[in-house]
Write a new protein. Structure first.
Length: 214
């Protein structure tokens, strides 16, 4: 089990994962390469002998590679996740930092994309919540439109789950529910299962409760 999977709740499922756009990593790599070129040119100009130049060149050939690997690991481990319960952001290779917002507390979502962002499929998503955090920024992430869409779809699913709970409670507490109530609720229950909002066991238990009312 990976670190992300260990954070999931009993009925929680990962819906979508994205990261910073590859352009962020490419920009960092370009800076490393440019710096290495500057240092190599300086080494050529300052080296008094061939042996010293070769030694300097060998060191400089390794350092940019190590630095890029470090940048890549940080980029790869910075994840933006949508589950069927919350929106999460994870940072860190060894030391982890996890922040999340419940979908129930999400009030508004703002998407910003420049012309280049639309062409290369990156942008910034701002999530305004009802929590103390206020707003979460997911800057220059890849596939921002899908990230926003998946989040809104899951939030809508939670509203469906709440509505089902209210209706099923009414049916289970009535002395004689309407004949069409139970089949309709079972059909809704199956849709919630297919969307991952409830587990197979919860589906079976709730279905059994409803069938006992027929």
């Amino acid at each position: 089990m990976g670190y992300l999977e260990s954070l999931m709740g009993r009925t929680e499922q990962i819906v979508f994962i994205t990261r910073k756009h590859w352009l962020v990593l490419a920009t960092a790599a370009l800076i490393d390469v440019s710096l290495a070129i500057v240092i190599v040119v300086g080494a050529i100009l300052l080296s008094a002998n061939v042996e010293g130049f070769l030694a300097a060149l060998a060191v400089l050939a390794v350092l940019p590679i190590i630095h890029f690997i470090f940048r890549y690991l940080n980029w790869y481990n910075e994840q933006c996740i949508v589950t069927n319960r919350r929106v999460m952001e994870i940072h860190g290779v060894i030391n982890k930092h996890v922040s999340d917002s419940s979908l129930e507390k999400v009030n508004d979502v703002i998407l910003e994309q420049s012309i280049l962002g639309r062409l290369l499929n990156f942008g910034t998503v701002e999530i305004i919540t009802g929590s103390d955090i206020g707003a979460n920024f997911f800057k220059m992430i890849a596939q921002p439109v899908r990230f926003k869409t998946e989040m809104l779809n899951q939030k809508e699913g939670l509203a469906e789950l709440e509505g089902f709970g209210t209706r099923s409670k009414r049916v289970l507490t009535e002395e004689a529910p309407t004949a069409g109530d139970v089949p309709e609720l079972i059909a809704e229950l199956d849709e919630l299962r297919k969307k991952g909002l409830i587990s197979e066991q919860e589906f079976a238990d709730k279905k059994a409760d409803l069938l006992r009312r027929i």
